[in-house]
Design a protein around this ligand. Structure first.
Ligand code: NAD
Length: 483
């Protein structure tokens, strides 16, 4: 694995430094030591990237979608050839195990393959007209330059989720890498260049959100902003990009409920609660952080869960269950939130503090006796922390599941078809799962949330094509007298 000492931007298929020569450090979350430095882009660098993408876009849009798909397929093959290398970089930057990083890279490849094939479809619609001798259809048009801003939690998957659908639709793109995972975006840029993607079709800028992300969001030449990140930043983006009527797609946070009914298979429920709450150290928008348990099985479930949590292995090896938090400041936020909940009367069943130092490890944490209205119940923590709530029946469980500003994913554990179907029907979330975890994203399926988890768009799946393309109605009139 080769991570450059200083991660550059990719502009016009060239590695480029920034105008100010400023840089910032990227630390290894597993050790706290310097992994590399990163160029610190500002508005002038963003401007350069946007102008390059703007210039490249019209020629890219002229390439027939099938050919665009073949080009993306070349990138997919490049990713496949270098899967090991990508996974090593993802593991080094995030602290997740190589095995998990390799799996994530496989997911990104599958997603690329899906969108490469979309070049052969990219369906519009033909329909009837109310007027004789008139033919009506819709076709998909690119929007122009797409501004793509991503989070660090699953870095190669996040790059793929945005870049492939944006490009297949005929847009060019400026990707703002997550500041905590710069090298993953960098290697993707290298693979895209090697695959022969025309210069400027994808530019990648490195830097902090307010310095490099904000100018992209505000830029008048950026027609669509697609963002994966926190609700707090999503709110700013919605406002700024909305002001100039740019299209906005927001994939935001979650505080996802997992309900354990009195008729659940408790072993299965424990297994999926552990995975939902603690995999990727809880740094998943879909993580299960509110565990809602029927009172009849509360103690039995809680005791098994705590026992199994004790057995979790923490570290970066392939047989470890969870790794570190992405940076020290996120870790400190979590420790403070748990301490505040404790001071307000919460019981810490296990964890609650830093696991070890060096490295940014948070011990897997379970809390009970927490008010559902308390800040820790209502706000996303994005770490390995889950709260257990006791409810008396299905109706109370459903009401509590829905009592959240978020609505991303949800899960129910029950043997009852009636409870399962009712829950799927009534829970206010974009994804719902029966008898497994708060997981839910496959390349061909639309993912997204209600309420403060998003703005109603869905990515990936064919639904993402609606984010990255404009519909045009085409009417063709013929004159039968000319036949
Ligand atoms: P974040 O919102 O702090 O940062 C995300 C990205 O936005 C980064 O690249 C950052 O540099 C950039 N950014 C920050 N401020 C900005 C600004 N003012 N203008 C433009 N860009 C700006 O989020 P994070 O802590 O890196 O990631 C965790 C969040 O992401 C969690 O809330 C999580 O739920 C969410 N997430 C959502 C999904 C989903 O699909 N719904 C997937 C993964 C992560």
């Amino acid at each position: 694995m080769v991570i450059p000492k200083l991660i550059p931007n990719w502009i016009d298929a060239q590695e480029q430094m920034v105008a100010t020569s400023e840089k910032f450090p990227k630390l290894d979350p597993a050790t706290g030591k310097l992994l590399c430095e990163v160029v610190r882009s500002k508005a002038a660098d963003v401007e350069k990237a946007v102008q390059s993408s703007k210039k490249a876009q019209s020629a890219w849009a002229e390439v027939p979608p099938v050919q665009r798909g073949l080009m993306l397929h070349e990138i997919v093959l490049g990713m496949k050839n270098r899967q090991k290398e990508i996974a090593e970089i993802v593991a080094a930057e995030t602290g997740k195990s190589y095995k998990d990083a390799y799996g994530e890279t496989g997911g990104a490849i599958a997603l690329g393959l899906f969108y490469a094939s979309e070049g052969q479809r990219l369906y519009g619609r033909t329909t009837t007209s109310g007027t004789p001798n008139k033919y009506a259809m819709t076709v998909r048009m690119p929007l122009g330059v797409a501004g793509l801003i991503i989070a660090a939690n699953t870095p190669i998957a996040n790059v793929a989720w945005k870049v492939f659908p944006a490009l297949i639709c005929g847009n060019s793109a400026v990707l703002k890498a997550a500041e905590n995972t710069p090298a993953t975006a960098w290697i993707f840029g290298e693979i895209a260049k090697e695959a022969g993607l025309p210069p400027g079709v994808l530019n990648i800028i490195q830097g902090y959100g307010e310095e490099a992300g904000a100018p992209l969001v505000a830029h008048p030449d950026v027609a669509v902003v697609s963002f994966t990140g926190s609700t707090e930043v999503g709110r700013i983006i919605q406002r700024v990009a909305g002001e100039r009527f740019a299209r906005v797609s927001l994939e935001l946070g979650g505080k996802n409920p997992l309900v354990v009914c009195d008729d659940a298979d408790l072993d299965n429920a424990v297994k999926w609660t552990l995975l939902s709450a603690f995999s990727n150290a809880g740094q998943r928008c879909a993580s299960g952080s509110r565990i809602i348990i029927f009172e009849e099985v509360y103690e039995a479930f809680r005791d098994r869960l705590v026992e199994k949590t004790k057995q979790l292995k923490i570290g970066t090896a392939d047989d470890d269950d969870l790794g570190p938090i992405i940076n020290e400041s996120q870790l400190q936020n979590m420790i403070a939130a748990v301490a505040k909940a404790k001071a307000a009367g919460a019981t810490i069943l296990i964890g609650g503090d830093r696991f070890s130092s060096p490295g940014f490890y948070m011990a897997p944490t379970l809390l009970e006796n927490v008010d559902p209205q308390a800040e820790i119940s209502q706000c996303e923590l994005f770490g390995p922390i889950a709260i257990l709530y006791r409810v008396k029946d299905f109706e109370e469980a459903l009401a509590l599941a829905n009592d959240s500003p978020y609505g991303l994913t949800a899960s129910i554990h029950t043997r009852s078809l009636h409870r399962a179907v009712r829950f799927c029907d009534k829970v206010r979330s974009g994804v719902v799962v029966v008898n497994a975890g708060t997981y839910g994203s496959e390349p061909h399926m639309p993912f997204g949330g209600l309420k403060q988890s998003g703005n109603g768009t869905r990515e990936p799946g064919t639904e993402a094509l609606d984010v990255y393309s404009e519909l045009k109605d085409v009417y063709i009139n013929i004159d039968p007298s000319q036949l």
